[in-house]
Unconditional design. Structure first.
Length: 304
């Protein structure tokens, strides 16, 4: 997964950076030992192993790295990020304000009337509360149970509202890999309609507002097979079941999505994967982008 430089900060620890400017040529370990005499040799080695030392904004772990006059050395108090794997989830980024997690297919995003424990929200909430019972978690984006991919969570109501606020334009891009049944005739296109949900929790589409939510789904054909088409889908809106309903609307249901018209399930799951997420960080205003590779079983569909 591609991601920005970051530090997993489960305990909401404020990052502190100590900076030095190199005056003369020397080796990194010798420089750190002389610049921080209060630290033992083992403590300095741990800084390097934990990727807490940056030279000119690049992480450096080799103790014999050669420094030159003018080099900028920065030491952070927070250990470098490691992907943390939970059951059905993988944390790929975490800081004081947000969590980006990868959800496996088959895991609910949030609780339902039948299940409130085995969900992405509950698993991550328990993870945070192990560090501090006062920690909170809020869902910014949901994924269907049988979909996989990246989800965004906020650590406060204020951050959630900021990320979801239209005026802020903070979520800049969300894209999906989707395999659909049949041949999509156009190489690219856009579906614009209004979606409503009935009492049976089935979302249906209307060409006019009619009290529904406006939904716009854009797609590009990546590959075509005899029975299936592989798409990249980009959302302009975020309505429940939007991709599934609007692709059914053009006659190409998502593979494995029986609820919305699919007749085949050759890979044992719904072929919907949230692969790219780009957003403006609520605190730093830095543009952050994360992506994941296409599930290999999606490519296999093209050869069937």
């Amino acid at each position: 997964m591609r991601r920005n430089k970051h530090y997993v900060n489960r305990f909401n620890k404020q990052e502190k950076i100590t900076r030095f400017t190199v005056k003369e040529s020397t080796l990194l370990f010798d420089f750190l030992h002389s610049s921080m005499p209060e630290k033992s040799r083992n403590a300095i080695k741990e800084l390097l192993v934990n990727k807490q030392v940056r030279i000119n904004d690049t992480v450096q772990t080799h103790f014999q790295f050669e420094l030159n006059p003018g080099d900028l050395v920065a030491i952070t108090n927070i250990k470098a990020a490691r992907e943390i794997t939970l059951k059905g989830l993988k944390i790929v980024y975490e800081d004081l304000d947000v969590i980006v997690a990868y959800k496996d297919h088959g895991l609910l995003s949030v609780s339902t009337n039948k299940e409130n424990q085995k969900t992405a929200y509950r698993i991550l909430s328990n993870y945070l509360k192990q560090a501090d019972p006062k920690n909170q978690l809020f869902v910014v984006h949901r994924l269907d149970r049988e979909a996989s991919g990246l989800m965004l969570f906020a650590k406060s109501q204020e951050v959630k509202e900021f990320l979801l606020g239209d005026k802020n334009r903070t979520v800049l891009d969300r894209r999906y890999y989707v395999a659909v049944e049949g041949q999509v005739e156009k190489d690219h296109g856009s579906v614009h309609s209004w979606l409503k949900e009935n009492k049976a929790f089935h979302v249906y589409t209307s060409p006019t507002p009619n009290g529904g939510q406006e939904a716009i789904t854009n797609y590009v054909v990546l590959n075509r097979g005899k029975q299936f088409t592989l798409l990249e889908v980009k959302l302009d809106t975020g309505v429940k079941n939007q991709i599934r309903v609007q692709l059914q609307e053009i006659g190409n249901s998502v593979v494995g999505d029986k609820k919305y018209g699919a007749t085949m399930n050759p890979i044992g799951r719904m072929a919907l994967h949230a692969y790219l997420l780009t957003f403006k960080h609520p605190r730093t205003k830095e543009v952050m982008q994360f992506d994941t590779p296409i599930p290999p079983e999606f490519n296999k569909l093209i050869n069937l």
